[in-house]
Every structure is written in structure tokens, then in C-alpha cells.
Design a protein. Structure first.
Length: 350
């Protein structure tokens, strides 16, 4: 019995928990359609996560996934952060704004967030997933004791093996094609940039955990291909951005429907960690500046402030418009309709 079958999930598709676009309504619609919906709580605190979980549960009685960030807590570097703000200052000035006086770590890592742990143990969502790394043994044991199935993102064989040894139930094979933040445990370590096909096969053959394929998968044929490779499910993120239930703003949706979808790029400039984004004004400005960017999520404080200033002036090209390499295949339709289409295209039983 696969992980999804244990949950009673009949469609081997997971809606990726992309912070900034996934919503309780989107997760509920996906879960109600027989797949596994997800909400991302890494960008909020325990109180915000509680509200999101309660809202999702009000919309569905089906299982869903709650995703947290497990990044290393950054060490402030005032000199580097000040230099970064100076570089950004002309961009802010172009929108009659000033950069923040100082930067802060806007997200707390689950690795150190005991309030979030207590909430998840209390709420006991069916699935909890980890991005950017693995929590310690105490946190894993507490979530397992609460009855949660645990999933971790991995971008390499060594990360996947670490997940297995930590007691994780399934691993997401996140290929280089995937939109949003790379799930690398150490963003400063060498990255072999394996694609989803090679990574899925490696994990299936070598790791000994159920594998969920992620990266560039946009239609049912892609889902079917990953299942043929031995994955138990496919995880799709970019495919759901254009759904009306997502939180993507008008500029994001317009960019996804434009030529920009054909030119996704990996950037650190927006958040401080490598992430695949639609090519926009921010990513173009950030080219060649990786060494200058402060640590995640400190740099994201500046990125969000710049996007807010630009949006106030009617410019949407500085947003975190995360998208995978399959972005040109995006389709506009409600989430439940998309699941139905994906099932049909993949030849899955009705």
C-alpha cells in the first residue's frame, strides 16, 4: 500500500505547497477532487498556520498536506546587508520609495519554532512535509506520534538517504526543472542540478522510500511518465498557479501567460536562496549578483519591500513569480477541473 493509499487519496497527484500561491481553498478543491492538496505555512507563524489549517478543514474532510521550511537560521551580516540595500536603493528610488533601514529574518525556521511544532502536534494534519532540510529527531518523533505522515523534499541522493535515515515516510524528488525554491539542504554546497527523470529513477532504485516526482510536470502525460519511472505520485506546482483558487496576483498571472513563461531562470536575488522564477525585471537585475545577496530569508525582507513599492506604482515585474520549466504549458481552469483533466490525460481510472 502506497503512502497516498494509506491516506485514502485515490489520485496520485499532489498540489505543491508553493508559499504565496497555495491557499486553503486551493488545497481543499484539490483534495475534494481525490488528489492531495497542500498549504504552505513556512511564511507565517503558528497563529497564522492554525487559521490556515482550520480554514482548509472547514472546506474539506479529506487529507491535506501542511508544509514547513526547515532552513538554517541565518547569521546576520550587517555589512553585507547594508551593501545589498545600497545596491537596491536606485530601484526603490525609481518608484519614489526608500529601502528598509535594516533587514531582518522574516521567517522562522521550523527547526527552531517550538510554537509551530506544538500546533502541528495538536492539529495533527494527515501529512506534514519539509522543505530546505530535515528537523531534528525530537520534532520528527513528535509528529509521528501525532499520526502525521512525513514527507521531505530532496534534490540529491545524499539528501534522500538522510531523509530515510531520519524516519521520513516518503521523499519528493525535486528536479532542477521545478519552480520555486530549490529544496537543497545547503544552498552554498555544489548542486548537481539533476533533472526529475534521473532523480526519480535514482531514488526509486537506491533510497528505499516511496518517491514523489516533482519538476516541470504540467499535464497527465507527465504524471504518467513519472509513474512509469516508479514514482508513487507526481507533485505539480506551476500547473495550479493559474487556477482561480490560487493567490497569484494579476501581474503574476499575466506574466505566466506571456512569453516570460518560456524563459524561467534560477535566481537568488529575490530571497537569498536559489529559486526558479519567471524572468522579470528583478531576475534580470539580479543576474551576476549571487555573491552579493544576503542569506535567506534576510534578503527576502528587501525583495518583498521592493515588490511592494513597485506594485504601488503599477509595476508587477519585481514579484516572486515562481514557475517551473513547464510554465508554457500552463492552463487556466478551476483546480477540480484541472485534476479531472490530469486524470484523463494520465489514463487514470475514473
Amino acid at each position: 500500500m502506497t503512502v497516498l493509499e494509506r491516506l485514502g487519496v485515490s489520485v496520485p497527484i499532489i498540489q505543491a505547497p508553493m508559499a504565496g500561491t497555495s491557499t486553503p481553498r486551493l488545497a481543499a478543491e484539490v483534495s475534494n477532487a481525490g488528489a492531495l492538496g497542500s498549504i504552505a505555512v513556512g511564511a507565517t507563524d503558528a497563529a497564522g498556520a492554525r487559521r490556515m489549517i482550520e480554514e482548509t478543514r472547514a472546506l474539506t474532510d479529506r487529507p491535506f498536506n501542511v508544509n514547513v521550511f526547515v532552513h538554517a537560521t541565518p547569521t546576520p551580516d550587517p555589512a553585507k546587508e547594508s551593501a545589498w540595500l545600497e545596491k537596491l536603493a536606485p530601484l526603490f528610488a525609481g518608484y519614489e520609495a526608500r529601502p528598509p533601514e535594516r533587514l531582518r529574518a522574516i521567517y522562522e525556521s521550523f527547526a527552531a519554532d517550538d510554537a509551530m511544532l506544538a500546533l502541528l502536534v495538536e492539529a495533527a494534519p494527515a501529512v506534514v512535509s519539509f522543505h530546505f532540510g530535515l528537523p531534528d529527531a525530537r520534532r520528527i518523533a513528535a509528529l509521528r506520534q501525532a499520526g502525521c505522515i512525513l514527507i521531505a523534499t530532496a534534490t540529491s541522493l545524499s539528501e534522500a538517504v538522510a531523509a530515510r535515515e531520519a524516519g521520513i515516510d516518503a521523499v519528493v524528488a525535486q528536479g532542477w526543472e521545478a519552480g520555486g525554491h530549490r529544496g537543497v539542504f545547503d544552498p552554498d554546497a555544489p548542486d548537481d542540478r539533476l533533472g526529475v527523470l534521473a532523480l526519480t529513477r535514482l531514488f526509486v532504485e537506491r533510497v528505499g522510500l516511496p518517491v514523489i516526482a516533482a519538476g516541470g510536470i504540467m499535464d497527465g502525460r507527465g504524471v504518467r511518465a513519472t509513474l512509469e519511472l516508479g514514482a508513487v505520485a507526481a507533485q505539480l506546482g506551476t500547473a495550479f498557479i493559474a487556477c482561480p483558487e490560487s493567490a497569484a496576483d494579476a501581474a503574476y498571472r499575466a506574466a505566466l501567460a506571456s512569453e516570460a513563461a518560456e524563459h524561467t531562470t534560477m535566481t537568488r536575488a529575490i530571497s537569498g536562496r536559489p529559486a526558479r522564477c519567471l524572468k522579470n525585471r528583478f531576475t534580470e537585475w539580479g543576474e551576476g549578483r549571487d555573491a552579493d545577496v544576503p542569506a535567506y530569508p534576510i534578503a527576502y525582507d528587501a525583495g518583498k519591500a521592493l515588490n511592494a513599492a513597485a506594485k504601488t506604482a503599477g509595476e508587477g515585474g519585481f514579484g516572486a513569480q515562481w514557475a517551473g520549466q513547464g510554465a508554457p504549458l500552463s492552463r487556466v481552469m478551476p483546480a477540480a477541473g484541472l485534476i479531472a483533466v490530469l486524470k484523463r490525460e494520465a489514463g487514470l481510472a475514473a
